[in-house]
Design a protein around this ligand. Structure first.
Ligand code: GLV
Length: 323
């Protein structure tokens, strides 16, 4: 009998078939207590779990005593209680490489659209406001040759540094726990402490994962240190930013603008003050959201689950030590 797997995110047909050649798959809409209750027997039997964007914590694990591996269609895994998984020796697989270039493109889109006010002025054109030659009230600020400060120099940071250096002639500063030799050699990136980066960068770009260390790393104190002309970009995780402090900084002119793909609460509530600010570009967490990349991520997640349940954890495993 094939091992049983719970799938909580729809997959393209061919990938579902690939999964079904290895496992007996039950699809559920989500991991809510109601769903788990309704499919209690399936959750109890399942050896694998595959999906994205749901919380996987100790409470769920209690309902899944046979679980051996969980595979997320994402690079981030802050929605998983890794300690609880480790305690139960459940493997956690993710997709760290499939989305790198696409998320770096999203970061460039945020940089360009917030500096050049692309969303705002396009909206004005649609509203019929372009009735004569434009004046300074339509102007943006340059991106090329400005200094970019990258906070979090992982794979995505490196791909962003490449775009900034070769495409836009931007000096690259970065803040990271470790020195990144490749970034320094290929893109002349300069490692500096966070305060120096905040003071010197024209674009402060956060691509940090959410951990206890990074939660609310950007607060009132950090925004005060940035230049009044600085643009803050976040495409990592929302709770890395103290959002009320960011709103104040944007309203008080402590920083010039923000380009945001992630928020403390997602979906971003329509009542959020961020949506009232003309100097904010707010995207619905589209970092990796292209057809090609989402397909590649889902394919990787399927292969990861097959590998993990066969005891192969050389690639894409967050906690191989539990094996
Ligand atoms: C996207 O945010 C991801 O973690 O893959």
């Amino acid at each position: 009998m094939k091992p049983s797997v719970v799938l909580y995110k729809p997959l393209p047909d061919d990938l579902l078939q690939r999964l079904e050649t290895h496992f007996s798959v039950t699809q559920v809409p989500d991991l809510s207590p109601e769903t788990v209750h309704q499919h209690a027997h399936v959750f109890e039997q399942a050896r694998g779990l595959l999906g994205a964007s749901e919380t996987v914590g100790a409470e769920l694990l209690e309902k899944m005593p046979a679980l051996q591996a969980t595979s997320t269609i994402s690079v981030g895994y802050d929605n998983f209680d890794v300690n609880a998984l480790n305690a139960r020796k459940v493997l956690l697989m993710h997709t760290p490489t499939a989305l790198t270039e696409t998320v770096a493109d999203t970061l460039m889109a945020l940089i360009l659209s917030s500096a050049r006010r692309v969303v705002e002025v396009a909206e004005r054109v649609k509203q019929g406001e372009w009735t004569k030659g434009i004046g300074p009230d339509w102007f943006g600020t340059d991106v090329h040759h400005k200094t970019i400060g990258i906070v979090g120099m992982g794979r995505i940071g490196l791909a962003l540094a490449q775009r900034a250096h070769f495409g836009f002639g931007m000096p690259v500063l970065y803040n990271a726990r470790r020195q990144h030799q490749e970034a320094e050699e290929r893109f002349s990136a300069r490692r500096c402490d966070l305060d120096t980066l905040l003071q010197e960068a024209d674009f402060v770009c956060s691509i940090l994962p959410l951990t206890e260390e990074t939660r609310h790393l950007f607060g009132a104190e950090q925004f005060t240190k940035m230049k009044p002309s600085a643009i803050f970009i976040n495409a990592g995780r929302g709770p890395v930013v103290d959002e009320p402090a960011l709103i104040n900084a944007l309203k008080n002119g402590e920083i010039h603008a923000a380009g945001l793909d992630v928020f403390e609460q997602e979906p971003l509530p329509v009542s959020s003050e961020l949506l009232t600010l003309p100097n904010v570009v707010a995207l619905p967490h589209i970092g990796s959201a292209t057809h090609e990349t989402r397909y590649a991520m889902a394919a990787t997640a399927v292969d990861n689950l097959v590998a993990a349940l066969n005891g192969n954890v050389e690639k894409n495993c967050v906690n191989p030590q539990v094996r």
